[in-house]
Write a protein that binds this ligand. Structure first.
Ligand code: NAP
Length: 277
């Protein structure tokens, strides 16, 4: 097979760890090909997706701020991409460009691998209403979730997400996040709070049920203040890195024809990169 090439498209994109992940798998499975970064300035992304093949690519991952445009540029899309409303994975089938959103499935896979006792029917509190939150909510509903409570600083966005997903998903005021999370089985931070360089997330965990699982989408730092506080309280903690690794699997499979494995060795490589700054 002739070498195949994929990339991650974003702006900026220099921080992305995706080339390390896909580069590891290309080497591990001895596949001739490459996975590189492409910084595409806002306003140029639709044209770029349109000439993906001419640029030499069989597909790409898409990150901020082009995830919405990626779905709009595609000729076809998966149910996940349409339900979430943004795409993080594109691939070519003939001349048709296809879009998928793999965040929700990636989140669920890592959650189940970390806490096998997770009950998808338990109530969930999610902080944030951006693309990451929507992906995770879709994944939870697909897994059998029945009650998702959204808390977002900008209430209108939480309302819009709740309306979009319909029954089972309700929006609440940001300041009610602690009071209304007492009985949930899973608490998720899907805001950018707690990320290196961002303000801390203020979320008291004292009143949470002893069996509550605490998950963070943020993975830099790996041990966010929220996860550290959860561990301190003896709660199961699920980091954002596992989601990042698992969301990468379907793209690699589509571009290079091999289902790659998320290994401890791969995880250790990314951890070292994060910790090395
Ligand atoms: P986004 O669409 O820009 O949404 C950002 C969210 O953070 C919004 O809900 C926003 O609330 C909230 N927020 C920002 N600053 C805030 C503040 N000072 N106080 C309260 N809320 C604040 O971003 P995204 O794509 O959903 O990503 C969110 C986080 O998840 C990022 O850290 C990203 O790196 C991470 N993520 C990780 C993975 C993974 O694979 N682990 C995948 C996707 C995303 P408003 O609506 O009020 O602005």
């Amino acid at each position: 097979m002739s070498p195949r090439h994929a990339c991650i498209v974003g702006f900026p994109v220099a921080h992305s760890r995706s080339p390390i992940i896909h580069g590891y798998w290309l080497k591990k499975y001895a596949i001739a090909g490459s996975y590189t970064r492409r910084a595409v300035a806002p306003g140029e992304e639709i044209a770029f997706f349109g000439r993906l093949r001419a640029e030499g690519f069989v597909g790409c991952n898409v990150t901020i701020p082009h995830k919405g445009a990626a779905l709009a540029a595609a000729h076809g899309s998966t149910e996940s991409a349409r339900a979430v409303g943004v795409a993080n994975t594109l691939w070519l089938e003939g001349d048709r460009l296809w879009a998928d959103n793999t965040d929700g499935a990636g989140f669920l896979q890592h959650l189940r691998a970390t806490v096998p006792t997770f009950d998808p029917a338990s109530a969930v509190a999610i902080l944030g209403a951006g693309g990451g939150a929507r992906g995770v909510i879709h994944g939870l509903l697909q897994a059998g979730g029945r009650e998702v409570r959204i808390f977002n600083r900008t209430r209108d966005r939480a309302d819009a997400v709740a309306r979009h997903f319909g029954p089972g998903v309700r929006a609440y005021d940001w300041q009610d996040r602690a009071d209304r999370s007492r009985d949930v089985g899973l608490l998720i931070n899907a805001t950018s709070l707690g990320m290196q360089g961002a303000p801390a997330l203020e979320m008291p965990l004292g009143a949470l049920d002893d069996r509550c699982i605490v998950a963070d989408l943020v993975y830099v730092p790996l041990a966010t203040p929220l996860l550290a506080a959860a561990r301190q309280r003896g709660l199961a903690a699920v980091d954002g890195l596992g989601m990042l690794l698992h969301q990468a699997v379907p793209g690699f499979e589509r571009w290079f024809g091999v289902t790659p494995e998320v290994t401890q060795e791969l995880r250790a490589i990314i951890v070292a990169d994060i910790e090395g700054g």
